[in-house]
Design a protein around this ligand. Structure first.
Ligand SMILES: O=P(O)(O)OC[C@@H](O)[C@@H](O)c1c[nH]c2ccccc12
Length: 264
């Protein structure tokens, strides 16, 4: 079993338990369920200066502990101040050290669009995303069939959530569907953890024109961003590079300054 299989097996267990505790009907009474969401896609398209989705991630299977005691409120406030287009919050607990409360806390503090970073395999998790305050969800093509991907994306759109579909190779391009708003190319192979920025650059030209392309993972400098921008990417998802600092929000601010400097 690779790590994705292990995570999905764990998700199935968690889903069984949580569905018995909280019904989909109950999720619809959560206070965030009916609060308005701002568009991540629009925010990325309009913010050409810093089209960054900054991630909040305490640990990961590939890196171990990154910033295990990080405080979501401080980091989110700082990311907002740095002018990011979106914030990605890992809600998985066992493998990434996150929680649904992290996302709700973030939502209470900011109106910057929030992406729920989760291994979504069941409609329940889409309702849950809405209930905890997300504006967009991640769908990982590698763990979904074409039909599952379409049904989950359609449900997300119906609930007013945007969809970022993550793909890693050419074959997965065919899992895209008309409900997908943004496509993320993951530079990290989730099965082997290998990271390669050239990977995204090569795939970029094969993407449909009407879906906003985002480069994910392994971005560590303003130069990396420029390289990927030249390859056609319009958004950049950055986690570890920020989170490994004592003050992730400062690292974010510094990257912005560096980016502005090298572009003039
Ligand atoms: O920390 P990095 O290398 O900057 O990567 C961020 C993000 O792309 C990564 O966390 C990620 C991309 N796809 C995922 C799917 C699940 C969990 C995590 C991820």
């Amino acid at each position: 079993m690779n790590i994705l299989d292990t995570i999905v097996a764990q998700k199935k267990k968690e889903l069984q338990e949580i569905k018995e505790k909280v019904s989909v009907k109950e999720l619809q009474y959560y206070r965030h369920f009916s609060s308005p969401v701002t568009s991540l896609k629009k925010s990325l398209a309009e913010n050409t200066e810093f089209p960054i989705i900054a991630e909040f991630k305490r640990k990961s299977p590939s890196k171990g502990n990154i910033h295990i005691d990080a405080n979501i409120k401080d980091v989110v406030k700082g990311y907002q101040l740095a002018g990011v287009s979106g914030i990605s919050v890992l809600t998985d607990t066992q493998f990434f050290g996150g929680s649904n409360e992290d996302l709700s806390d973030a939502r209470d503090l900011t109106s910057v669009p929030i992406l729920r970073k989760e291994f979504i395999i069941d409609p329940y998790q889409v309702y849950e995303a809405k209930a905890i305050g997300a504006g967009a969800i991640l769908l990982i093509a590698a763990i979904l069939t074409k039909e599952e991907a379409r049904d989950l994306a359609a449900l997300a759109n119906y609930l007013g959530l945007e969809v970022l579909m993550e793909i890693h190779d050419m074959q997965e391009v065919e899992k895209l569907n008309s409900y997908v708003d943004m496509v993320g190319i993951n530079n990290r192979n989730l099965k082997t953890f290998e990271v390669n920025l050239e990977h995204a650059a090569t795939l970029a030209s094969a993407l449909p024109d009407d879906i906003l392309p985002i480069a994910e993972s392994g971005i560590h400098s303003a130069r990396d961003i420029l390289f990927l921008k030249e390859a056609g990417f319009k958004g950049f998802l950055i986690g570890e590079y920020f989170m490994k600092h004592d003050h992730p929000e400062k690292a974010c601010m510094n990257l912005k300054e560096e980016l502005i400097k090298i572009q003039v």
